[in-house]
Design a protein around this ligand. Structure first.
Ligand code: PMP
Length: 442
């Protein structure tokens, strides 16, 4: 520094000392001098009563459980069986690096400007081509690209639900959807998501409450892995069509099957134009792309696009270019083959470990696909007690209550079996068993 500023060494050292006294830099012996992080002294004290300024339409308290799940830093010793995260070691990074180099070279300045709110047109073309292979016959105009399917859920909630509206959901179901509907002031009607689909209960709800929509995950449900068979899908659609009920079908896991491919989606079977289909690249590729999509009748796409325009104009271009190329080069299928093979091994390995270590203490069924094992504690311990105990061993899972709109689920919990390789997964289950055995002794 002295040389650079053409001052004497002593002057430079004195300057550093002064900066240190003012807490603007910090010296670490043997390492160097660094600009200090802003200390709490430099943050102005809030003299504004922020809580009183928040909109009264905002329902409180809102749970921050998803925020906590996605911001948990996975340390080398911690085994996260909680967040629904694909294994980072399986991200197709080489393909994306190559595509990135290729795409960047071909881009010009207009590509860095705005694109239509509905999404980058070539991506919507690729998505239409992909959906057509799944018997979801669509044109690019029937598709809107969203910032993850979480945003799609938000936008649909915004355009469809008013406070007091009824929504039917499965019980348990995706916690992000429960929170979204609750925050819109909707009233939630629940259908048990176990065994045969409860058609007569749904009919009862339709007649008594005239709900606005059904939110459903027919394929490898989050959290319980359930798959609704073809005949029940057809029955759901014929009941819904008789009552002109709108359906949101959320399908992030349909491609992740470990045996037979699942039956066609509700959207593929839709004969009355009532199904809004959501999916995402978060589970089949990686969540940082923040790219999902809605396939729906044009009226819905147009209304959602207006709302999205207020929110973010459009989702980010880079992810959309990359995905267009990834799909255009037919790279998805080979990646899916790889992850299906690997996740099948992990599912079986986790199930084996649970049976070996926990035998009669828990029950679960092995799903045909998806990310999760949904476990039931067959003893006096609750999943929250177990979580508390096992966290000390750096293992995490999501307690069942999070997935219910009703006060249920205290004996259940969700384990995500895809994030870690087999050895770590086995170790996680072992620590879980030790924690449960320790609790049982008390
Ligand atoms: N729906 C379901 C059922 C999910 O499991 C998730 C992710 N946990 C999402 C929507 C949101 O996914 P993303 O916003 O990452 O696309």
């Amino acid at each position: 520094l002295a040389e650079l500023l053409k001052v004497s060494r002593t002057t430079a050292i004195n300057a550093y000392h002064q900066l240190e006294r003012q807490k603007m830099v910090r010296t670490r012996i043997g390492s160097g001098t660094y600009i200090a992080e802003l200390s709490s002294h430099s943050v102005p004290k809030a003299d504004i009563p922020w809580h009183q300024l928040f909109s009264p339409h905002l329902q409180t308290p809102l749970s921050s459980i998803i925020k906590e799940l996605v911001s948990t830093v996975v340390s080398s010793d911690s085994i996260s069986l909680s967040a629904g995260m694909p294994d980072p070691a399986l991200y197709p990074l080489d393909a994306f690096h190559d595509l990135f180099n290729l795409t960047i070279k071909n881009l010009d300045s207009t590509d860095f400007g705005h694109i239509p709110t509905e999404g980058y047109f070539p991506l919507r073309q690729e998505l239409a081509r992909y959906l057509n292979q799944k018997n979801i016959f669509s044109q690019p105009d029937d598709i809107l690209v969203s910032t993850g399917s979480q945003q799609a859920l938000y936008l649909l909630t915004k355009v469809l639900l008013a406070p007091g509206d009824y929504v039917i959901v499965e019980s348990p179901t995706y916690l992000g959807a429960i929170q979204m509907f609750q925050s819109a002031g909707a009233r939630i009607l629940t259908l048990p998501a176990a065994g045969r689909f409860p058609l007569s209960l749904m009919e009862d709800y339709l007649i008594r409450y005239r709900p606005k929509l059904l939110y459903i995950l027919p394929t490898f449900q989050n959290p319980n892995g359930r798959l609704i068979p073809l005949n029940e899908r057809q029955e759901i659609l014929s009941l819904a069509s008789r009552h002109r009920l709108a359906i949101i079908e959320d399908d992030p896991y349909g491609e992740l099957y470990y045996g037979e491919a699942p039956p066609p989606s509700l959207k593929a079977l839709d004969h009355y134009g009532g199904v809004i289909y959501l999916s995402t690249f978060s589970k089949i590729l990686f969540p940082g792309l923040r790219t999902g999509w809605i396939a729906a009748p044009a009226a819905v796409i147009n209304r959602v696009a207006l709302e999205k325009q207020y929110m973010d104009l459009h989702s980010n271009n880079i992810s959309q270019w990359l995905l267009t190329n990834f799909l255009g080069h037919n790279l998805l299928e080979s990646h899916l083959k790889l992850v299906r093979r690997e996740y099948k091994k992990r599912r079986d390995s986790a199930a084996r470990a649970l049976r070996r270590h926990l035998e009669t203490l828990i029950s679960f069924s092995v799903p045909g696909g998806g990310f999760y094992l949904w476990c039931h504690l067959e003893n006096r311990i609750t999943s929250r007690q177990l979580l508390h105990e096992v966290t000390k061993e750096n293992v995490s899972f999501v307690p069942g209550e999070a997935f219910y709109a009703d006060p249920l689920g205290e004996k259940e919990f969700r384990l995500c079996f895809v994030t870690h390789r087999e050895e770590l997964l086995q170790e996680g289950v072992k620590r879980l068993a030790q924690a449960l055995h320790a609790l049982m002794k008390n």
